[in-house]
Design a protein around this ligand. Structure first.
Ligand SMILES: [Mg+2]
Length: 291
């Protein structure tokens, strides 16, 4: 394998490549400061892209990292961005196989990730949900939005929430396991459950009926929500960047999906594409988080 040092990365390919690109800009997707350093920014940028591979069940392959560095930042800062991305890549089984660095007005980190699959059917899209399917999520929700509120001083809460916001962990193993057991539709929660679930509903031509009381909330999310004048479920429903997976699974795969880490939050029904909520008074104003 050839890579850094040659003009191109040369990679041994599997049959099908799954490719995704994410760009994160200082001031828009993160805010460099005392508690969010360049290493955190590098981690988050890589995580956001890697999470898309997890969402389709692609086997992790390579990552390509392009950094625009403003004058105010040093070479050490650029290395720190790279180190953060490298650490996240290693945790995801990705190899940073190339990239570029240029001077520019504001720290900008563009990450392209490549995952691999032996056949297109091995990858999970958003359009396969069918009436009767169970809807589930991995991990715990709300930590990223609650952590951002703590980071910005809008609320007080556990430091663990800030860490979850700064260093999300893409669900590579869970995504692969859910794809292998035949999950019918899947995506990663990047914009908030309310709008991400709607994407599945629209792509699949079905309705997702979700129960807000069943959302697995990270510890401290409820405490932060109260300070923000929100229902606890509102944070994961409308707050982005949890990077957990939301999957729709046939009832026959229930036990296997639970073993892969899914917890059930609702069902798929026949009907016009929509997301309905029970158990939350504020649900009608929920919208996804758009940058
Ligand atoms: Mg995604």
């Amino acid at each position: 394998m050839r890579w850094i040092g040659d003009d191109c990365a040369v990679v041994r390919a599997d049959a099908y490549a799954a490719v995704s690109t994410d760009v994160m800009v200082d001031g828009t997707h993160f805010r460099l400061g005392a508690r969010c350093g360049p290493e955190d920014a590098g981690w988050r940028a890589l995580a956001g892209a890697a999470s898309d591979l997890a969402a389709m069940g692609a086997a992790p392959g390579e990552a390509y990292l392009a950094i625009v560095l403003p004058d105010a930042l040093s070479d050490e800062d650029a290395l720190a961005v790279h180190a953060g991305a490298e650490a996240c890549a290693a945790s995801c089984g990705l190899t940073i196989a190339g990239g570029d660095l240029a001077a520019g007005p504001v720290l900008t980190i563009a990450v392209t990730v490549v995952g691999w699959a032996p056949a297109p059917e091995a990858l999970v899209g958003r359009d396969g949900a069918r009436p009767g399917d169970l809807v589930g999520v991995t991990g715990e929700l709300g930590a990223a939005a609650a952590g951002l509120a703590v980071l910005e001083g809008r609320a007080q809460g556990p430091e663990a929430l800030v860490a979850r916001h700064l260093r999300p962990r893409p669900r590579m193993a869970e995504g692969a396991a859910l794809a292998a057991l035949g999950a019918r539709a899947m995506l990663d929660l990047s914009d908030g459950l309310a709008s991400d679930a709607l994407r599945i509903a629209e792509a699949s031509g079905a309705r997702l009926d979700l129960d807000a009381t069943r959302l697995p909330l990270a510890q401290g999310v409820d405490v932060v929500a109260v300070q923000l004048g929100m229902e606890p479920a509102e944070l994961p429903a409308t707050g982005g960047e949890d990077y957990e997976l939301c999957a729709c699974v046939a009832p026959g795969s229930r036990a296997a999906a639970e073993a892969a880490g899914l917890r059930w939050i609702g069902r798929v029904s026949a009907g016009a594409p929509a997301v309905t909520w029970t158990g939350a008074a504020s649900a009608e104003r929920w919208r996804g988080y758009e940058h």
